[in-house]
Design a protein around this ligand. Sequence first.
Ligand code: SF4
Length: 242
Amino acid sequence: MELYDSTIREILGRIEANSPRAWPFEAGKAWPDNGVNELVLTRDAAFELGGGSLPASNCTCVTTDGSLVPEDRITLVGPDLGAIRADSPFARIVLLHVNSISGDDQEAFRTIRDMEFVKYHVFPQGYMMRISPENGREQVRVGKQAVKRGISFRNIGDSFIKKYKENKLIDHVHIIFATGDRALCRELADTGKKVDAITMTLNHIMDGLSTDCSICAFKEVCDEIEGMKELHFKKGSGPMQL
Ligand code: SF4
């Protein structure tokens, strides 16, 4: 089953159409990490990604199809951190290629959730992330000192990928940043909501709740995403095939 694959294809198509820049993963280029979230005060900030009411989102998609994430890569659409002069729209997307996940459904689902929680364990110096699980927003306050020292999305991407690769189930990571283009970032935020809806539906399924589709709040997602209904009705009959 490939629950997120159609969404991944949609994201890649949208990004490719916007003249992205890309870099391979280099662990040595990861930005210094504080180990804990650093407070960047407003007076010390150069700008905020996704500040105020600007689009600001993140999402994580997992696949077992290696052709969708064939290598570790950082992609950027829009200006890099050193070229941004004011608050900017923002989106961050992570695509993960995982090797086979064994165990029962619950264990497989927990493994996927652990992968998503990496975003709470990356603390680049002068790059203060504020992530809201309720509305899917991710705002980042970037410090003036960090900009002076040359922080870039390539460095931040390397930091994330380095953390993800501590998990041996992850083969490849593609991290995508988008800035500057409000319409594109809004579209990517909408895609992030769709990804959240898939994950919430998975939650519902793994909690073993109602299997009556006619009254289920997740019917719209299950009608659209291939394999979701099969997962619910087969739940518990064997290892979950992502
Ligand atoms: S398969 Fe049916 S009951 Fe299960 S989550 Fe989807 S719509 Fe709801």
